[in-house]
Design a protein around this ligand. Structure first.
Ligand SMILES: *Cc1c(COP(=O)(O)O)cnc(C)c1O
Length: 212
């Protein structure tokens, strides 16, 4: 049928193939453009799901970010354009000087429930870190980066696993994170998750499944 309605039947197809590093290993941390004009998701929308069209809303900002020399884009909440939400295709996490790991909460329904996000929060708790799922404002990010309170920031998702962020740029401000180098906590969390995925270490939460 040609019409606008939910599909009455669908096939769920998984395509598996070998893939190289998402970002070059030696390239170091990425620079991030903070998007203040367009938004990725709004309350009541589909931002929480990896549906067809998931990336569409992020693509013009991605191109704008490139023009500013940035490889990735950070989106803010649709209502106030103030609170950090996530990247175009990855969740975002902050590490503070007191060892706290913070990521924006899923409650608003505008942030994708990444399995990598969930896994890293679990591994951070295992490592004895304080883990917070709380709102974090953009002006606070710039202030904390400049005062040194904010030590590390990284993006996370299946494709890149953990991608360190070395700088943020917006229309009105900019800052570097951890002198644009890969942070200790970032590297450790990435290593721990990869070691579990590759079977190099114990899998305490029974995450690994044999698929073929
Ligand atoms: C895929 C994706 C993520 C990461 O999800 P994972 O389940 O960890 O791969 C985060 N945000 C968005 C918008 C995504 O499309």
């Amino acid at each position: 049928a040609l019409g606008v309605k939910p599909a009455s039947e669908f096939k769920f197809i998984v395509i598996a193939c070998a893939a190289g590093e998402y970002f070059s290993k030696d390239a170091g941390p990425v620079s991030v453009w903070v998007e203040t004009d367009t938004v990725r998701a709004s309350r009541g929308g589909t931002g929480t799901a990896k549906c067809g069209g998931n990336y569409a809303a992020s693509l013009t900002a991605q191109m704008e970010g490139k023009e500013h020399g940035c490889q990735q884009v950070l989106f803010l909440d649709a209502e106030e354009r103030r609170w950090l939400e996530e990247m175009g295709g990855m969740n975002v996490m902050m590490v503070f000087e007191d060892g706290t790991l913070l990521t924006p909460p899923l409650a608003g329904g505008t942030i994708l429930h990444g399995i990598t996000r969930d896994s890293l929060l679990t591994l951070a708790r295992d490592a004895g870190m304080t883990v917070k799922e709380e709102r974090y404002a953009l002006d606070q990010l710039f202030a904390d980066a400049k005062s040194g309170k904010l030590r590390e920031v990284f993006a996370c998702g299946t494709a890149a696993v953990v991608s360190p962020i070395g700088a943020f740029k917006s229309k009105t401000d900019s800052c570097t994170i951890n002198n644009n180098t890969v942070g200790e906590v970032t590297a450790k969390l990435r290593q721990t998750l990869c070691d579990i995925q590759f079977g190099r270490t114990a899998d305490p939460h029974d995450w690994i499944r044999t698929v073929a």
